[in-house]
Unconditional design. Sequence first.
Length: 95
Amino acid sequence: MELNEWWIKRVKKVNLKQFDGERKNEIAMIRVAKAVLDEKGEVMDFNDIIVEVANFIEIDENEMNKRMPQFYTDLNVDGEFISLGDNNWGLRNWY
C-alpha cells in the first residue's frame, strides 16, 4: 500500500464545534489536537492524531509532513498533553 493510500484510509472526520466561525487554516494544530483528544476521550496514537488534525484543518500529506516536527515539539512542550509510551498520547487532566 502506498503512503498516500494509507493516508486516505486513516482520515476520519471529527466534529469540533468549538472552532465554528474560525478559519481552519488559522487554527493552531495544537488546539485542534487537544480538541480531538477531548472529543475522542481516549488515548490516541500520534499518527492518528496527526491524521485527525490534518483532515480537520484541511492540509494534505505533504504539508503535514512539513509541519510535523514542530507539531511534535509542541505536544512535548505543552503541559496539557502526556506521552504514555509506544507513541500514545493523552491529556494530562485525565490522570
